[in-house]
Design a protein. Structure first.
Length: 134
């Protein structure tokens, strides 16, 4: 899937990987391949959903999805319990000292979110995850 909006053609887009700038930018075209879908959210923003290749296959570097509560973050899909690794601005967080795993739909619905217990991230925080889909 190629993405090349007019704003990128004129001024480019700065890319970051775990909060660090990717060399060679600004970029004018992004080519998403594999288990990725992109949705135009309007207002110059897009959501990039990265999915795994199936149960038992670990997916890595998956951005967590912010909610209305700055301490609660969602994964794009349910994950196998205890397979989750969470990174805040590149630093791996410790479970259960810094976060707990949550079934947002209630007991038995599948783990799909975390609640941060040691701190509240800033609006510029980047939370990334690795996990095995449920």
């Amino acid at each position: 899937m190629l993405v090349n909006p007019p704003s990128c053609r004129s001024g480019g887009l700065q890319l970051k990987d775990h909060g660090a700038s990717v060399a060679g930018g600004p970029f004018t075209t992004l080519n998403f391949t594999g288990g990725v879908s992109v949705t135009n959210d309007g207002g110059g923003q897009a959501t990039i959903l990265i999915t795994g290749t199936g149960s038992g296959s670990e997916v890595t570097d998956v951005p967590l999805i912010a909610t209305g509560d700055p301490r609660v973050w969602l994964t794009p899909v349910a994950y196998a319990p205890t397979s989750l690794a969470v990174y805040h601005n590149g630093k791996r967080l410790k479970r259960p000292l810094e976060y707990v795993e949550v079934e947002s739909g209630g007991v038995g619905t599948g783990y799909d979110s975390i609640r941060l217990v040691a701190f509240t991230p800033s609006p510029r925080s980047v939370l990334i995850s690795d996990y095995q889909p449920a």
